[in-house]
Design a protein around this ligand. Sequence first.
Ligand code: PGA
Length: 245
Amino acid sequence: MDTIVIANWKMYKTGAEAAAFVKKLQVPPKKVRAFIAPAFTAIASAAAAAKGSSIVIGAQDIHDAEEGAFTGAVSARMVLEAGAKFVILGHSERRRLFQESDALIQKKVGRALSSGLLPVLCVGESQEERESGKTAEVLKRQIGACLSGIKPSDIILAYEPVWAIGTGKTATPEMAEEAHLLCRGFLAQLWGAPAAKKIPILYGGSVTPETAPALLKQGNVNGALVGGASLDPQKFSQILQGAVS
Ligand code: PGA
């Protein structure tokens, strides 16, 4: 499968900054796909700038309802209209800072799929959970709950150990591969092995141009979800260029 590298811009970059970034990005090598998730307000200008290129633009969140009286919220249909093709769901910052539960994330996954958005479901253990040997249990619970009642579908899974996000501490390639194998096993329990084999599993957490190549060489690391290093067009281009397996 192609290697997918997603830029998660979080609350950085206006529409003008997003468009300028997209124009600066080098064309990724064959079999490497560049995805970018700008803030809601920058999706349309990023999508316009990416037109005619292979860069895929997405959103960082959606509301789980189709529409309604939800002040400040943005729906799947709205981000689709702006040019989003995928949506990041269940990011640990949404779980921690916005109190998103597995049950809510499951609804959002369903909403994304029924609306025609590709969900990028994030899972991952905290430092404390890893230290107490609970990594497998946490991944199983998150994957089981966030995909409960959802038929085998095209999704992307992102393994993002919470202790590695924005901390400069990257999981070693071996640790990532081990966790990705666990994730694929839990997907297989839910959806069967043939379907699980087809799901790209990305690693996220302090990925840099230096750490990406070794991580992406692992058999079950099918791409990366990049925060900090994705804000710089040179660094993000470097990660893409080094992503050929
Ligand atoms: P980071 O963020 O690369 O800055 O650690 C990753 C993420 O939050 O997806």
